[in-house]
Write a protein that binds this ligand. Structure first.
Ligand code: ZN
Length: 246
């Protein structure tokens, strides 16, 4: 009788142990499954978030890239050393004048005229820097051929409408209402545009007028005198060729 009780107890104990082992295994499986599902949800969220951010970046809405479609030219613009014939006076970040939004690409160099006769490059740069100003350009070429840089090359300017996102802008000073550039100013425009083309692997055909984007009469003299515009581009072409020979 005692022996029978003992055997039954032993059987019960073994079953209890098995049941407990099965229960532990079941819990481990649930834990693993929960972990895998959570990890999958987190990964999917991060991926979708990255896609949305990438999209916004592509459209130039947000300043920082999330590894999507970062143009090689913009990457180069971050590292490019600015030559000493350019006077770097970056304006402070404020509204659209310096939004600190990165360019999506550098496809064209856009030439403008300031439209305010006899103002200097410094006058125009200081105007861009004003708290209330909403316009800007990367460069201003002055009446004596001086060149001021107002924005980093990889940031968006506010000069060329819907093409601000993928262009570098050059505003040019002029002595009078005709909008014609002085000799020194002209030479600096050629030098600057050629240098930008050379560094970003563009050619003179990629140098355009504000007019070519919106049909605004800008730069006035070079819209009203198509032959002078062609001449300016030829001079840029020759200057690029010289840089390539060096
Ligand atoms: Zn313009």
């Amino acid at each position: 009788m005692m022996q029978g009780n003992y055997n039954r107890q032993a059987v019960y104990s073994t079953r209890r142990k098995r049941r407990r082992r099965r229960e532990i295994l079941r819990r481990i499986k649930i834990c693993l499954l929960t972990f895998v599902v959570t990890a999958a949800v987190v990964c999917a969220t991060v991926f979708i978030f990255g896609l949305i951010k990438g999209q916004q970046y592509d459209e130039g809405f947000i300043p920082s890239p999330y590894g999507s479609n970062v143009s090689e030219r913009v990457e180069k613009a971050e590292e490019l050393e600015i030559p000493d014939w350019i006077d770097v006076q970056l304006i402070h970040p404020h509204n659209t004048a310096r939004s600190e939004i990165r360019l999506t690409d550098i496809k064209n160099i856009v030439i403008h005229y300031v439209g305010n006769p006899d103002t200097t490059a410094q006058n125009n740069r200081d105007y861009f820097d004003k708290e209330s100003t909403t316009v800007s350009s990367h460069f201003i070429v002055g009446l004596d051929g001086e060149i001021i840089q107002c924005l980093p090359l990889y940031e968006k300017s506010a000069a060329s409408n819907h093409r601000n996102k993928d262009t570098i802008s050059i505003e040019v000073c002029h002595p009078d209402e005709t909008g014609k550039f002085s000799g020194e100013t002209y030479r600096s425009v050629v030098k600057l545009a050629a240098w930008l083309c050379y560094e970003f692997d563009l050619d003179e055909k990629d140098v355009i007028r504000h007019y070519d984007i919106t049909e605004k009469i800008c730069p006035k003299y070079y819209v009203e005198h198509e032959d002078k515009w062609v001449e300016l581009k030829n001079d840029i072409e020759n200057e690029i060729a010289l840089l390539k020979k060096k």
